[in-house]
Design a protein around this ligand. Sequence first.
Ligand SMILES: [Zn+2]
Ligand SMILES: [Zn+2]
Ligand SMILES: [Zn+2]
Ligand SMILES: [Zn+2]
Ligand SMILES: [Zn+2]
Ligand SMILES: [Zn+2]
Ligand SMILES: [Zn+2]
Ligand SMILES: [Zn+2]
Length: 314
Amino acid sequence: KFYACRFCHNDNEDHELNRYNVTTIQCIKCEKIQPFSLTCCNCNQRFGEQICYKCKLITGMTPDSKPIYHCDGCKMCNVGIAELNIHCDKCDGCFDKRYFQEHQCGMLGEQCMVCMGDLKKSIYPSLVLDCSHSLHFHCYETMLKSQNYQCPMCKKLMLNNEMKDEFNQDLDEVYQKMIPLDFLDQFCLCLCYECNQKFVTYQHPNQLYNCSKCQSFNCDMIKDADCNEFQKQLQLFPNQRLPKLPTQENITSILEKQYKISIEEILQKLNIEFNELTLTLFPAIVENLPEKIEDLKMFFWNDTEEFEEFEEVG
Ligand SMILES: [Zn+2]
Ligand SMILES: [Zn+2]
Ligand SMILES: [Zn+2]
Ligand SMILES: [Zn+2]
Ligand SMILES: [Zn+2]
Ligand SMILES: [Zn+2]
Ligand SMILES: [Zn+2]
Ligand SMILES: [Zn+2]
């Protein structure tokens, strides 16, 4: 009996088709019965794009079918191109050649951590990351395309060294934009996913934190921290890369623009030297600052109405 494919066979028979036992096919056009092949020996009708005599498989019958190659190691046909993939006997799976050399041999997991599909019996090549977590190669490419660079298991970057440098450089550009004045006394404790270092730094409007040990931006804030914790941090890591802080000129122009009052007037009211005001806005550098900052905030960051009241009273 003849069927269009093994699924049609299985739907109509009480047993599953063992496709390795298929020896003959019948041409759909001229109905000639002949040995398993890609084109009809009688009318030259093509049955598909690719044929595997070992698996008795013909593919390419639908426009969206992907290329396949037979791997003797996997004992089956995989999706992909033979020249781009290589079989590892120890891992019992096929890998993309570009990542084969550095693949963590013997660490191939059972399950893809992205789609939860089987890795060893899969028709798709796999990838073992530096962190030793594994996934399908096409699942990896899909994640990169959607700009998802962290390993779903351990959050380490799934990038090679060159790509990691690029990742950090891109974020450094954003990091180097000046932080707003009201972030100057906001600190937080962070964790670096690359080296597991914990560190205290300024909070950042773009949630960017630079590891004090390995300089990676693959970090997250854990919780708020205070000025004293930040001072301790700076003693341990005096060269820590901080976000761009406002200069004296920046602060002056921001205050003048925001409150339409000249810096001289502000200084007069506060009765302090310019340098002291500047330093006061950098709480980590001056001792006993939290209270002073609160005073200044009362003055500068209240809404305009209250500010005018203050002005009249003062
Ligand atoms: Zn069918
Ligand atoms: Zn034919
Ligand atoms: Zn293989
Ligand atoms: Zn095959
Ligand atoms: Zn291997
Ligand atoms: Zn997958
Ligand atoms: Zn991982
Ligand atoms: Zn780090």
